[in-house]
Design a protein around this ligand. Sequence first.
Ligand code: ADP
Ligand code: ZN
Ligand code: ZN
Length: 718
Amino acid sequence: MHTPAYSQLAGALTYLSPTPLPAGSLVRVPLGQRETLGVVWEPTDAGSDATKFLDVNKLRPVSAVLDALPPLTPHWRALIRFAASYYQRSAGEVALAALPPQLRDLSSVQLARKLKKLAKAAAGAVTPAPAAADSAASPPGDLSPLQPHPDNNSKTIALSAEQTSAIGQFNQHPGPFLLFGATGSGKTEVFMHCTAQLLARQPQAQVLVMVPEINLTPQLEERFKARFEAQFDADAVVSLHSGMSPAQRLNSWLAAHSGAARIVLGTRMAVFASMPTLQLIIVDEEHDPSYKSHEGARYSARDLAIYRGHLEGIKVMLGSATPSLESWYHSRPQAEGGRYLRLDMPSRIGQGQLPLVRRVDMAHQPKGCIIAAPLLAAIAQRVARGEQSMLFLNRRGYAPVLECTDCGWQSTCPNCSAFRVFHKIDRTLRCHHCGLMERVPSYCPTCGNADISPVGRGTERLEEHLSELLADIRRPDGQPVRVVRIDADTTKLKGALQAQLAQVHSGDVDVLVGTQMIAKGHDFRRITLVAAVNPDNALFSSDFRAPERLFSLLMQAAGRAGRDAAVASRSEMWLQTTHPTHPLYEALKNHDYPAFAASQLKERLQAGMPPMSFQALVRADARSQEVAQGFLNAASLAATQHTDTAALLSHLTLYPAVPMTIARVANVERAQMLIESPSRTALQRFLTAWQGVLHSTRSAPECKGLMRWAIDVDPLLI
Ligand code: ADP
Ligand code: ZN
Ligand code: ZN
């Protein structure tokens, strides 16, 4: 009996098995000298044809069948098959990336033992008494530090009118849904309520909750755990993300696959979690770019969540205060072609206002000014009142470049088309692209001048500068101001971010400085001022999505201020800009995402850009731009010469190959080619047909020196 199984090779491979194996069975199979995990795939028509020609004597047997595990469901296999075909990869690669690597290392007996433990824990779970309705909101004006989060006492709270209406619509429609709720409008509460009502109805159901970055949203995890572990058992809520140890990841995966886990909370990889009784998918902060994978199969977990919902016939709810323009467009009225139902929650819980947006025109500030005087005064006022401020700047390090004042030498990276950043703390020059790190030279490497100086500013310099400016200001307790910086440099060590966040929550910190990582998600209760120090760059970027990302970041950041209704009325969002009347800032001032989205969609429609059209990028890496671009242009030309690709060309635009924005990284030259079509189907058909052409172009003599190429479907960064 032979059974085709997928490996990371392009097609299905065939192995012998003494007994018939149902499709979806997990096996271990020999592959060359190695042994790898395999999934038994149903024989396709092509597959059964091919097997006729196979020489049974040459086939190798499967090494082991992991029969302790129930087979992966047809839905799961269909999801993998779709993802592989849509993102132009092999099913084996997608399947293997979706399964915990440790499955390879354990025997069926060991797996059976683990499953038994999980089943026992689930059976021992206590059925809870219904919790009493109770308002757990914090008393107004109470800003006492170390106050536990209201959800931690796991009592249910009375829903707001907007929450009630959103949940009502959720219950009446099939979805998919876009929960469009202001920051602090209680979206998380809606997610938990929908989950709770489903589990009350169907105790065996499973819910998948996706979050962009688990480390940045520990509170969501905490709140779900607090609410549902009290109701079920400690294994009822499991996490799945890349920061887990292989053993933890295996345990979570087994809990999900065996049905022991009720709720799986995870990052983008969790969209592939095997959940046989999945009934609901929630995607929090659906606009977040981290849902898009940027290696291997470049899938969008948000888009796959929608597809998975459709496949399984279950509801999907996306949530955001600043939805992606794609989701916003899909949730236009049904009469205009919308496919998602939009659920509106415009108000913050407790009638809290959104912060007042204030723009400082930097053109009227002294030259070289980093923090404008009125902003500084506003921060000082907060310190004196015992409130917190948050400033963010999208550049870590001390200064983005060092320069010789004499000969003009600059700290370029020898391996990349980029500058090395000056980090004052350890006096190094570091390339943020290839990682090259060197001590700062004492003299200019070109002319020997001792006067080399930092140009521009990063978070490290901002922190230093602010501490100097605020040196004379005192807190209500008479102590000097405490400024803390949070960015990728201060949070490298495990637990560092958690420790720093705890410091902010406890009130130890007066001014928080950081990169955009502090602007997202955190429920800081004492912040009444948020400032974007230098947000203008994105206004004029060549990437058409840059304004969308900037608006979303600024709205998220504004949402960090005044989360406690008691201080909301005196909360402010400051923007330092040389374009104070830019329409993006006007829309931000009014907290008007719909107005911003409408103007962006109008531009996109005129320019024929997504979401009104569909794109793919082919990227190529080589030792020279000539080879990288040559390969892409040759493949583009070849598309006109093959009948199956040529037939589709009238539905597509293939642009000429261009260098990537940062053309060289670690001495590799990078080029890309954009393909655009008003039809998703035409683009898909073309890419599938073009794959073979790309492969054969690669072996052309002029493409010698090409290192790799990859297709990115629905790319986010152009
Ligand atoms: P979002 O996810 O939209 O930012 P959250 O769900 O985090 O909003 O809610 C903001 C705050 O309001 C949280 O502290 C939450 O516990 C609280 N909250 C949410 N819903 C209610 C409610 N119906 N009554 C009282 N407090 C609520
Ligand atoms: Zn010099
Ligand atoms: Zn470099």
